[in-house]
Structures are given as structure tokens and as C-alpha cells.
Design a protein around this ligand. Structure first.
Ligand SMILES: Cc1ncc(COP(=O)(O)O)c(C=O)c1O
Length: 357
């Protein structure tokens, strides 16, 4: 009897067997400190800046996810949005910045350049860069920010983990333990990853089981207390061929973006290929919010799970361009999990959706 192997595209990583030897290239700078997740790494940077440099206020891009905003608020710093979308130029009156301010700059989708960071560096304010979407860009490697942070599970198949390093050599206090609440959340994520891999292998696992573990684990993640990641995360981090995966992501992004550009009803927002960076995925903009939602639903019914990065939230509400962006875009994964045939199947589904209009 023929057994069918389930196919899907997008969504979170399943468990991927690590190499059985340490990968010769380090995934993170030698001075990086690991935390439970990205928001904890950000909170650690803000708390260090508050203690060491008297930071009171943090300027945060208007286009950002709620967990980042929550992390800033959890540290007791004032969180001030400044207009900044993945496309266009940030608007921040940097001449007014004080030594008690810090600016969070996000390399949205891996598309941004270090120019704005260089401008902020000329002011008395502190600078934190979020390199989650491309932790290995030349910008991240050559940064002169006070702190760089990343959330690791967005680009690597890890259950948890965030990292922080200080290019300027500021001290960073490492977390002392694996906090039980964090452990509980991360172990659910880990179980979800293992079961997803079994499902994708054709094992008898219901999709609803691994999805509910992934979702409940994700919802349990917190900013405070700061925690170590699971021990297995550091073990995996040393054994993942991150640079080969990044190269594959770059090739996949180019291929998928090129195919999607042939569909006239969608606008591919990725910039032309940049030599030093690697896009997180492919972002399209639909003509309206309703078309975006219908397309997303159509794709979900075909096991294609693009993401809305990010759903609108209170922090972006005063920036109508950010809200509009959030309402019309879809993010397509193009990471190392996918082969050309997977990407072609995704594009065919998008084409069919518009063909049936
Ligand atoms: C750009 C960016 N930075 C930081 C975070 C927070 O990371 P974590 O979910 O690991 O706390 C996220 C989460 O989506 C993110 O997208």
C-alpha cells in the first residue's frame, strides 16, 4: 500500500538532526551571551544600559512585533515609537537625542543598511541593533552598537534562545539559571518540533497535537525573569551548519521572489539582491487587506502557511503606513528546508488563487 508523505510549506521548524560533531564555524561572536529568547536578550541590553548608562527612554520602530514592545515595557523604560517600516527611511529627530535615550534599530527582513545606525552613533544616545532576521550580515559582524541582539529560533531550528553581544565591550550579566516557567514553555516547543518532524516523515502524529504544543509553548514565553535557554539549545547551536543554510536561503529567496514577480496582482517588496545580506524570506503586498486575508486562507487550505509579520498592535497605531503595511503583506518562508519544487508549488497556488478571480 502506498503511504503518502505529508507536504507543507512555512510555519515553524520541525526537529532537524544536528551534525554529530561541532560545526567548525561559530554561529555567534565569542562574547555572545545566551538567554531564553530574543525579548529576554533585548531586556538584558536595556537593563544593562539603564544600570551602566542611565537609559530612561527607548525609541522603537513603529513597525515591530508586540513581544519586543512588551520587553521594553518590562524593563521600566519608556517605549517611544518612531516611524520606521521595512521599506522607506526611518524618521527620527536624532538631533534631540539625549545620553539617557537609546534607539532600537531593527534590520527588518534583513533588508536594511547600517546607515541609520551610523547616524545614531553620532548622537549621545545608546544604540541597540536587532539582527534577528539576518544574524550573519556584514552589518551585524562589523557593528559598533552598544548591544546587538537576536532571537535564534527564527532562522535556526531551535526550541528557544536569544543572544546578546556588545561590540563596544559593555559588560553583560549572564542569566544564572533555567527558570522553571521558561523551561516549561521551551520544552513544549521542543516536543512540538520533534512531533512535527515525525509528522513530516509520515508518522502517525496528528497535526493538531504538534500545533497545540508549538502554540502553547510560544504563548508561555515571557520577558522576565531572565532565563538561560534549554541546555540542548547551546548543544544544537554548536552543531548547525548555519552558513550553508543562510546561503541556501539566499538562493531560495531569489528564486521565489523571481517567480512571484510574474504574478501581476501581487507586489514583491524584496529589494534587489544585496551582496552582503540575506533576506529573511519573501514579502508580498496585496491590493487590499481583504485580498490578503482571502489569499492567506486559500493557501492555508493547501498546507501553505505564510506569516503576517507582524499583526497590527497598539504600538504601530499612530503610524498609518505601518498599519497599512501590516494589513496588506504576507511573508513567505524560503529557508533551507525548501527545494525548488516546494517553492514552485507555493507560486502555483498563489497563481491559481488569482486565476480563479
Ligand atoms: C525582529 C524580532 N526581534 C525580537 C523578537 C523577540 O524574539 P523572541 O520571540 O525570541 O522573544 C522577535 C519576535 O518575533 C522579532 O521578530
Amino acid at each position: 500500500m502506498e503511504t503518502s508523505i505529508p507536504w507543507e510549506h512555512g510555519s515553524e521548524f520541525g526537529w532537524i538532526l544536528p551534525l554529530d560533531y561541532p560545526y567548525p564555524k561559530r554561529a555567534l561572536p565569542a562574547n555572545a551571551v545566551l538567554f531564553g529568547n530574543g525579548r529576554q536578550a533585548l531586556a538584558a541590553a536595556l537593563l544593562a544600559g539603564k544600570k551602566q548608562r542611565g537609559w530612561h527612554r527607548c525609541y522603537v520602530p513603529s513597525y515591530i512585533c508586540q513581544s519586543v514592545v512588551d520587553a521594553v515595557l518590562a524593563t521600566g523604560l519608556e517605549c517611544i515609537p518612531y516611524p520606521d517600516l521595512p521599506i522607506g527611511q526611518p524618521e527620527l529627530n536624532y538631533r534631540n537625542l539625549q545620553p539617557s535615550d537609546c534607539v532600537l534599530i531593527v534590520n527588518h527582513f534583513g533588508w536594511r543598511s547600517p546607515q541609520f545606525s551610523q547616524l545614531v552613533r553620532t548622537t549621545p544616545a545608546g544604540l541597540i541593533e536587532d539582527h534577528t532576521h539576518d544574524p550573519w550580515s556584514a552589518w551585524a559582524s562589523n557593528s559598533s552598537a552598544d548591544f546587538c541582539i537576536v532571537s535564534l529560533r527564527k532562522t535556526l531550528p531551535l526550541p528557544d534562545g536569544g543572544a546578546i553581544w556588545s561590540p563596544r565591550g559593555h559588560p553583560i550579566e549572564p542569566p544564572s539559571i533555567e527558570e522553571p516557567d521558561h523551561q516549561r514553555a521551551a520544552l513544549q516547543k521542543l516536543a512540538g518540533m520533534l512531533l512535527k518532524a515525525e509528522y513530516l516523515r509520515g508518522g502517525s502524529v496528528e497535526k493538531s497535537l504538534f500545533r497545540s504544543l508549538q502554540t502553547s509553548g510560544e504563548n508561555l514565553f515571557k520577558t522576565l525573569p531572565l532565563s538561560k535557554p534549554l541546555e540542548i539549545t547551546s548543544h544544537l547551536l554548536d552543531r548547525l551548519p548555519w552558513d550553508q543554510w543562510r546561503s541556501k536561503r539566499r538562493v531560495n529567496v531569489e528564486y521565489l521572489a523571481g517567480l512571484l514577480r510574474t504574478i501581476k496582482q501581487v507586489e514583491v517588496l524584496n529589494p534587489p539582491r544585496m551582496a552582503e545580506s540575506c533576506s529573511f524570506g519573501v514579502v508580498i503586498r496585496c491590493p487590499t487587506n481583504s485580498v490578503r486575508d482571502q489569499l492567506r486562507q486559500y493557501l492555508i487550505e493547501r498546507q501553505i502557511y505564510p506569516a503576517v509579520l507582524w499583526p497590527k498592535n497598539c504600538h504601530m497605531m499612530n503610524d498609518c503606513q505601518a498599519v497599512e503595511f501590516s494589513e496588506r503583506i504576507l511573508f513567505f518562508h524560503a529557508d533551507f528546508r525548501y527545494e525548488v519544487t516546494d517553492l514552485e508549488r507555493v507560486v502555483q497556488a498563489v497563481r491559481n488563487f488569482f486565476g480563479s478571480w
